[in-house]
Ligand binder design. Structure first.
Ligand SMILES: CC(C)(COP(=O)(O)OP(=O)(O)OC[C@H]1O[C@@H](n2cnc3c(N)ncnc32)[C@H](O)[C@@H]1OP(=O)(O)O)[C@@H](O)C(=O)NCCC(=O)NCCS
Length: 188
């Protein structure tokens, strides 16, 4: 079943605004998206300033709600007005009650609880305001920070894919983590 609605996303958490990327985010966005440690386990490679500008521009035409399309959102520290990271949500191509998410926090802002705050904000939005049944996170088996984030927010490991993805010159293996709406409700 496919439900299709398009909307401007704006999620507020205690310290952060999760909102669409803007042209004015370019410097902050490029600062961490050009860092090879930040992009190490991601399909994205490090970006030049031009690539970062093009990425933000392309995303400006995308909205929450379209089946099968990743949309990248900015994570802004409300106190400073600075972009400290970004996150992405994709609704499943065949059933928009299933979502996949990914989070990136600037190397300068990690280990301050921001990713967990974003994750809880997104899950509250998806399970609480949207008709989402299941949320999935797929991570490289070596990406300890990301695995701990998923475990810490209550995701369960459901899958372990072995050398299933060729990226950055070698075969990588991935874990699939998921959370169901009923598990989220039980957790609260
Ligand atoms: C994964 C990532 C988003 C975590 O961001 P963060 O803001 O530093 O995470 P938080 O501070 O909210 O920590 C969340 C949990 O992960 C743990 N964690 C964070 N970084 C860690 C690290 N480097 N090693 C081990 N555990 C780590 C924290 O201890 C915390 O666990 P707890 O709640 O049990 O205490 C960040 O490391 C990142 O952007 N990495 C690069 C991008 C990436 O690979 N993203 C995932 C694929 S899309």
């Amino acid at each position: 079943m496919i439900h299709q609605t398009m909307e401007v996303l704006n999620i507020k958490t205690t310290r952060l605004d999760i909102r669409h990327l803007r042209a004015s985010d370019l410097q902050d966005f490029h600062l961490y998206r050009s860092n090879s440690e930040v992009t190490k386990y991601q399909g994205f490679d490090v970006m030049t300033m031009e690539q970062a500008a093009e990425f933000i521009k392309e995303n400006s035409t995308k909205f929450f709600g379209k089946a099968g399309e990743w949309v990248q959102y900015g994570i802004e520290n409300r106190d400073t007005g600075k972009l400290i990271g970004d996150c992405a949500i994709k609704l499943d191509q065949y059933d928009t009650r299933i979502a996949e998410i990914g989070i990136t926090i600037s190397h300068l802002e990690q280990k301050k609880g921001y990713a967990k705050e974003v994750m809880i904000g997104i899950l509250t939005f998806l399970f609480g305001s949207k008709d989402i049944h299941r949320v999935v996170g797929i991570v490289d088996v070596e990406n300890t920070a990301s695995i701990n984030l998923l475990i810490s927010t209550g995701f369960k490991q459901e899958g372990h894919f072995v050398e299933n993805i060729f990226f950055k010159g070698k075969w990588g293996s991935e874990f699939l983590y998921a959370m169901l709406k009923r598990e989220w409700n039980e957790r609260k």
